[in-house]
Design a protein around this ligand. Structure first.
Ligand code: ATP
Ligand code: MG
Length: 213
């Protein structure tokens, strides 16, 4: 591909990326929410957008199937970042990674006692590093979604998940017991593309940088 391919996930990242693309003079010709197309053209013949699962964005960029992508810090930590240049925090799709437990579960006391906690999460790397740094013994249970259910169903004592408003936790009688880190989305660039296509990519990166709030 001679032009630029940008990997985006639909939903909040696509929506919040539109103003950044606009700052670079790029306007996608369709909304993936309506069109179901996975390859979307833009007003620029040399720029296209591919719609992938949020957690697949780093993989597309790593292998050069996309030159650019936008992915959450959560996703980048789990991926590991191999082959990716990460020039910009775009400050979009902001939320936080936290530990949550059922209202009434004395998390601090369990940690103090040195109890072995069962923690369910989609974010195994993040959770492993967090608890290892604190010296807390955990059994991590990998889930792919609906983490909030795990403590309610007796699968785990606590979860590690993303929270923004806290509404989902509250609706399931869970409370945030620890913040692990603030999360936002980053621009990721294939390292080989940056060398080979710098004339095309650098102006886009610079426009994004100028448009970050
Ligand atoms: P999928 O829904 O396909 O399983 P996903 O849940 O990772 O994937 P999204 O829900 O679109 O995909 O989230 C994309 C990114 O947006 C996440 O990787 C994270 O960085 C960020 N994000 C997730 N939840 C929130 C939230 N509640 N508020 C703000 N940003 C969020
Ligand atoms: Mg989701």
């Amino acid at each position: 591909m001679n032009g630029i391919t940008v990997a985006l996930s639909k939903g909040r990242i696509f929506e919040e990326t539109l103003p950044l693309l606009a700052a670079a003079g790029i306007v996608p010709s369709e909304n993936p929410e309506q069109s179901r197309k996975l390859i979307i053209g833009t007003n620029r013949p040399d720029v296209r957008v591919v719609i992938v699962r949020a957690s697949d964005v780093p993989t597309y960029v790593q292998y050069g199937a996309a030159d650019l992508g936008i992915a959450g810090k959560d996703v980048l930590i789990e991926h590991g970042g191999t082959g990716l240049y990460q020039p910009l925090d775009l400050k979009i799709a902001k939320c936080r990674m936290c530990v949550a437990a059922p209202d009434g579960f004395d998390y601090a006391a369990a940690v103090c006692r040195g109890a072995r906690l069962r923690v369910a999460t989609k974010y195994i790397q993040t959770a492993r590093e967090h608890f290892a740094a604190k010296g807390v013994h955990v059994d991590l249970i990998k889930l792919y979604g609906s983490m909030e259910l795990a403590p309610l169903a007796g699968l785990a004592d606590a979860i590690v998940d993303l929270v923004s408003s806290g509404g989902t936790l509250k609706a399931n009688n869970l409370v945030e017991v620890e913040e692990i880190m603030a999360i936002s989305s980053r621009l990721v660039v294939n390292q080989a593309s940056l060398k080979m296509k710098r004339a095309l990519l650098q102006p886009v990166i610079d426009s994004f940088a100028g448009a970050v709030k």
